[in-house]
Design a protein around this ligand. Structure first.
Ligand SMILES: Nc1ncnc2c1ncn2[C@@H]1O[C@H](COP(=O)(O)OP(=O)(O)O)[C@@H](O)[C@H]1O
Ligand SMILES: CC(=O)N[C@@H](CCC(=O)OP(=O)(O)O)C(=O)O
Length: 272
């Protein structure tokens, strides 16, 4: 099975959790799955920005990114967070290769606009070229993707890289590589409804309903938006929002009893 696994910065910030994640990847490979990893790093980026005196501002879960923050995002997400994760994977016996949007022209980004705030250098994936990913997968490497991407409109290549939310990028990449499963590992047991109960399974309609009710907030917003990008028909990808659960995270998430399964309506009709 071809799987895209997105892991957030909070998990990667703890050395023990990072090693457990790396072992869960090794376990999934041993079970015969093909994996692409997309990582976040919001916590690490936030820490560095605070050290530099840059004030954090969020809009619907997205970091408002000025030019200086975009520079720091490139260094932290594309640099330290990515390399440290690749190293942890290698230690766990996984051959891994770190990439940003620029590597092999993996993805271009375009500025994401909001009517309410100027998001600055926040991007969304505008084009994917999966050639290098496919080469790496065929060669037995796990691609590890940092979600900083070249600005599509930058003719001379000298505009700052755009800061793409990792959940958004995971959705776009899952679609581009036609993943069987998009796994969004996070720090909550699942998508929760207005009463704090786990939503075991949701269709696009149910997601729209939860959104209208204002149940989806903060960091869950880009996750659901990333899921929608992967699910919008025609798509055969199954999306699962599942809890970070140590070494068993990936195996556990593939079992239907944890997390939230998200399906496009047509799939539900197909299964009915
Ligand atoms: N309806 C919801 N269900 C679950 N979590 C939600 C919901 N609405 C908002 N959240 C928040 O979203 C957070 C997950 O987003 P985030 O912390 O950015 O995750 P990650 O670091 O894995 O990308 C949860 O910790 C929770 O506080
Ligand atoms: C635009 C935007 O919000 N970018 C994110 C990119 C990192 C990320 O998504 O990290 P987590 O998955 O750990 O939250 C940020 O700057 O925090």
């Amino acid at each position: 099975m071809r799987m895209l696994v997105k892991v957030g910065g909070a998990v990667l910030d703890e050395p023990d959790a990072r090693s457990s994640f790396a072992r869960s990847v090794a376990q999934a490979l041993a079970a015969g799955h093909e994996l692409v990893i997309v990582h976040g790093g919001g916590r690490q980026l936030g820490r560095m920005c605070a050290d530099l005196g840059l004030v954090e501002r969020r809009w619907r879960g997205l970091r408002v990114t000025d030019a200086r923050t975009a520079e720091v995002a490139l260094a932290i997400l594309g640099g330290s967070v990515n390399r440290i994760l690749v190293r942890a994977l290698e230690v766990a016996g996984v051959s891994a290769a770190g990439l940003s949007g620029a590597d092999g022209a993996l993805f271009d980004a375009e500025p994401l606009h909001s009517d309410e705030v100027d998001l600055g250098y926040v991007g969304q994936v505008s084009a994917v070229n999966s050639k290098l990913l496919e080469h790496l997968l065929a060669g037995g490497f796990v691609p590890v993707v940092a979600t900083v991407g070249p600005h599509q409109g930058s003719a001379g290549g000298d505009e700052p890289f755009l800061n793409v939310n990792a959940d958004h990028a995971a959705g776009a990449l899952a679609r581009a590589i036609d993943a069987d499963v998009l796994l969004l590992l996070t720090d909550v047991p699942a998508l929760l409804d207005g009463k704090g109960q786990r939503v075991a399974c949701a269709t696009l309609d149910r997601l729209a309903e939860l959104d209208r009710e204002g149940t989806i907030e903060g960091g869950m917003i880009p996750k659901v938006e990333g899921a929608l990008a992967a699910l919008t028909p025609p798509s055969r990808t199954l999306v699962k929002i599942a809890p970070w659960a140590g070494e068993d995270a990936i195996r556990g998430a593939l079992q239907s009893s944890v997390g939230t399964v998200l399906l496009s309506n047509s799939e539900v009709v197909g299964r009915g």
